[in-house]
Design a protein around this ligand. Structure first.
Ligand SMILES: CC(C)(COP(=O)(O)OP(=O)(O)OC[C@H]1O[C@@H](n2cnc3c(N)ncnc32)[C@H](O)[C@@H]1OP(=O)(O)O)[C@@H](O)C(=O)NCCC(=O)NCCS
Length: 177
């Protein structure tokens, strides 16, 4: 976000005579939440953060999207790296990195419904890319729900192959190489 944007909104709200609406401004709230408050962290398997991340996965993938428990918890968590996003002490984002021989695979990526579209996902995903690169792994792939393809294109991922059904939802494979 450009650094002059909060200043612009303060001036715009003041000039329009609605200073009391200042903190209701979606842009300012988003800027505050996203830039200063949301904190991506590693969540080792068995830790409280990991358990809270699993709860968010249940809420988003099982309750909201109808994925079965067996599909969601597929037995691959133990060998994976897990990350969560903390906001005001709550886990509001989650993802998982699988370390495969040919590439790292990112999945189980979700943000709490009420907070979507405010930059939490982008911040968490960028931290995930940074973490993967810090382990000297350059090749990354994921299986995107087709509605989310443009999210990953923003990070330089390209779709390949055709659409396919996974857990009842249309997906397409994407990679950064
Ligand atoms: C995909 C997801 C993790 C993105 O997190 P987020 O916090 O909403 O993402 P951000 O606010 O950082 O970025 C929002 C961008 O993602 C896009 N986006 C991609 N998929 C989206 C979705 N399902 N819902 C809302 N926005 C989505 C938005 O259009 C927006 O793009 P824009 O800024 O160019 O308009 C989140 O939408 C989510 O949890 N979806 C449900 C779970 C899911 O489907 N996960 C698997 C995705 S493959």
């Amino acid at each position: 976000m450009p650094c002059w944007l909060p200043v612009f909104f303060i001036l715009a709200n003041t000039v329009s005579g609605k200073p009391r609406n200042l903190w209701r401004s979606r842009v300012l709230r988003c800027a505050w939440n996203n830039v200063f408050m949301s904190l991506p962290m590693l969540a080792p398997v068995g830790s409280d953060l990991y358990r809270l991340g699993c709860q968010l996965r249940c809420t988003v993938f099982m309750d909201e999207q109808g994925v079965s428990e067996a599909e969601e918890f597929d037995g691959k968590d133990d060998g994976a790296t897990h990350m969560v996003s903390l906001l005001h002490g709550n886990v509001v984002g989650v993802l998982r990195i699988l370390w495969l021989p040919q590439h790292a695979k990112v999945g189980r990526f979700a943000v709490q419904r009420e907070l979507r579209g405010q930059g939490v996902g982008r911040q968490l995903f960028q931290s995930c890319l940074d973490h993967i690169k810090s382990r000297s792994v350059e090749r990354i792939m994921l299986e995107a729900q087709v509605d989310s393809i443009h999210f990953y294109q923003y990070f330089g991922f390209q779709a390949y192959g055709g659409d396919y059904l996974d857990a009842g939802m249309l997906h397409r494979a994407m990679k950064n190489y």
